[in-house]
Design a protein around this ligand. Structure first.
Ligand code: SAH
Length: 212
């Protein structure tokens, strides 16, 4: 099958899996996922599987990326923060949907590779930082949207604090290796409302910056 027909089938599978937001589907269609996975896995770039990206980390299953992106309800004027850049795939998809994307990764070498991909794809609205994402990015806060792509054992309060009123955060919450729940947090004038979106499995959110 040609890469193009593989991609068309992939978009159809996402639709069948409940991704109905046409902006999200168009953003996914515009990002070449094969650029974000090691060459040995190029033939699996459009299969619905998580793939290794080095440092024992994975790029999430595309179905999960799509559903999480849809759940975040990103608008084109939004300032968005992502925690866990990894390969940069999720960041690239988000960058197509928002005004400005900030993304934090604790492995400087993974971040460097992701940055090279953003440059190659001319994604000029992405700003990166090597650091502990659990701290968020206080100098750029508040954010309209926050997406966390590593699981925290407890709701990440410092990130919730960096949400604007009307802001939305989607984050996996739960112990490493155990059952994790994808949670949507909405900051309203009266406080934070949480909602469970179902079980997921992510690598853990690890404290501190990794050695270079
Ligand atoms: N969004 C990524 C998926 C990455 S997997 C993609 O599209 O490829 C989760 C990533 O979170 C890993 O790269 C891991 O190193 C990173 N991570 C884990 N804990 C972190 C922390 N405290 N701060 C920043 N990044 C973290």
């Amino acid at each position: 099958m040609s890469p193009n027909s593989r991609k068309i089938r992939f978009i159809m599978e996402l639709r069948q899996g409940g991704v109905t937001d046409t902006r999200v589907l168009a953003a996914i269609e515009r990002v070449p996922r094969e650029m974000f996975v090691p060459e040995a896995f190029h033939d699996k770039a459009y299969a619905n599987v998580a793939l290794p990206i080095g440092r024992h980390q994975t790029v999430s299953q595309p179905g999960v990326v799509a559903l999480m992106t849809q759940a975040l309800e990103v608008g084109d004027r939004d300032k968005v923060l992502e925690i866990g850049t990894g390969s940069g795939y999720q960041a690239a998809v988000l960058s197509k949907l928002c005004r400005r994307l900030y993304t934090i990764e604790r492995f400087p070498d993974l971040l460097k590779e992701a940055e090279a991909r953003f440059a190659a794809l001319r994604l000029t609205n992405v700003t990166v930082q090597a650091g502990d994402g659990a701290d968020g990015w206080p100098r750029q806060a508040p954010f309209d949207r926050i997406m966390v792509t590593a699981a925290a054992a407890a709701p990440p309060e410092r990130l919730v604090d960096q949400l604007a009123v009307g802001g939305v955060m989607v984050a996996p919450v739960g112990a490493d290796g155990g059952e994790q729940d994808l949670v949507r947090f909405r900051r309203t004038v009266d406080g934070v409302v949480t909602e469970s979106l179902g079980p997921v499995r992510f690598v853990p959110l690890v404290a501190g910056v990794a050695p270079a």
